[in-house]
Design a protein around this ligand. Structure first.
Ligand code: SOE
Length: 388
């Protein structure tokens, strides 16, 4: 078991897209945040030695491993950050927990709900700290949205509408990345990006009651990749079957009575990373869009009628959580800063035992909604989240 020390040593599995985003966060966090411990980038792990060796040098890791079991067994590491594809999350997490390591894991927590529940149960029984990287909670404008809702300024919530729209698969020649294979990713757009929308909805307005959904796979087979980088890659002449959804939409009822509408698609031509929410309450409305992540649009009925209208708040004031750690007002931040903020909070959770969410419990709650939607698609009916 790891005690609080002046240094927190991290070992990370994965060195590509999320590996780079998390490496940047570990490297930058101490420069902008006062912390109870220094983060030491001890070791990064990946199966391809040439690739992970180059990443270790470029990102600033002290060492590298090509076998995650060796990484997890090292006694100079305090917590394991799991950025591997979803099918590896459970095995790595359970072994890390058994070794007494704290665990921080990319979303979705696991391939399925039973695996997610097993991970949560193991972490709780071992008494290690655990977190899941729902990074969008940690952007200043989203934190502002939460404080507006929690203050009651929006009144009773009637509608929650969320989209997560991308278009990186609209070209049928885009290769068959791991995110398109059910045995590796668990699901497609649904588990990958509806997961973010579900978590934001839970964070902002509360728990889901019941859901009903539908989905599509528009392109059934794609070129098998010879190389991949991030969301793109180079395809071969051989084709493989797409075994996940390209788009999933669902309706939801929340326990607080609000109505929810969600859509996640990788075929939303022209939308690159449009993770949005629009929340209508009895006293006002707020809207946020990742593609304009520093801004929050607000409308409050209490405004004078002749002055009523949507206005844009630029969440870069020192009063906006995390914004003051960066630059003067108006010097906006980006996608990568949400990772710096969640890493700050998780390291402080270990070093200073400060409160932290989202934990594996939030990962399980998200997986429950994901699977309730899948069950509703099978049945063609509404499904209560408590049923899964
Ligand atoms: C691809 O859809 C992806 O990289 C997701 O996997 C991430 O979770 C999301 O933040 C950005 O888009």
């Amino acid at each position: 078991m790891v005690g609080v020390s002046k240094k927190i040593n991290v070992g990370m599995v994965g060195y590509k897209f999320m590996g780079k985003a998390h490496s940047h966060a570990y490297k930058d966090v101490g420069m902008f945040f006062d912390m109870d411990a220094d983060v030491v980038m001890k070791a990064i792990c990946g199966r391809d030695e040439e690739g992970v060796k180059a990443a270790a040098a470029k990102f600033g890791w002290e060492s590298y491993e090509t076998d995650w079991r060796k990484l997890v067994a090292r006694d100079d590491i305090d917590f394991i950050d799991i950025n591997a594809p979803s099918d590896a999350h459970k095995e790595i997490a359970l072994e890390a927990i058994a070794a007494g390591k704290h665990v921080f894991c990319e979303k979705p927590l696991a391939l399925n709900l039973s695996d997610a529940r097993e991970m949560l149960d193991a972490a709780e029984k071992a008494g290690v700290k655990h977190g899941i990287c729902f990074n969008y909670r940690f952007l200043p404008a989203v934190q502002l949205a939460k404080s507006i809702i929690d203050s009651g300024k929006l009144g009773e919530i009637h509608h929650y509408r969320a989209t997560y729209l991308q278009d990186w698969l609209v070209d049928p020649e885009t290769p068959l990345a791991w995110r398109l294979k059910k045995e590796v990713a668990g699901s497609g757009a649904h588990g990958d990006i509806n997961a973010h929308s579900i978590d934001l909805a839970r964070f902002l307005i509360g728990e889901f009651d019941r859901v009903v959904g539908h989905n599509r796979t528009f392109v059934k087979e794609r070129p098998i990749p010879v190389s991949t980088s991030g969301l793109s890659g180079v395809g071969s002449s051989e084709k493989g079957e797409v075994t996940v959804d390209d788009a999933t939409a669902f309706l939801a009822d929340f326990k607080n009575g609000a109505m929810g509408i969600f859509v996640a698609s990788r075929f939303a031509t022209g939308r690159k990373n449009a993770n949005t929410f629009e929340i209508h309450g009895s006293k006002g409305t707020i809207r946020w869009d990742l593609e304009r992540l520093n801004e929050l649009e607000v409308y409050f009925r209490e405004d004078e009628p002749e002055l009523a209208g949507f206005r844009r708040i630029l969440a870069t004031e020192p009063q906006h959580k995390y914004a003051g750690n960066w630059w003067p007002t108006g010097h906006i931040i980006g996608y990568e800063h949400g990772f710096v903020h969640i890493v700050y909070e998780f390291v402080q959770h270990i070093a200073a035992n400060s409160p932290f969410a989202p934990t594996f419990l939030d990962g399980v709650r998200c997986q429950e909604v994901l699977e309730a939607v899948d069950l509703s698609i099978e049945r063609g009916t509404w499904v209560s989240v408590e049923e899964v």
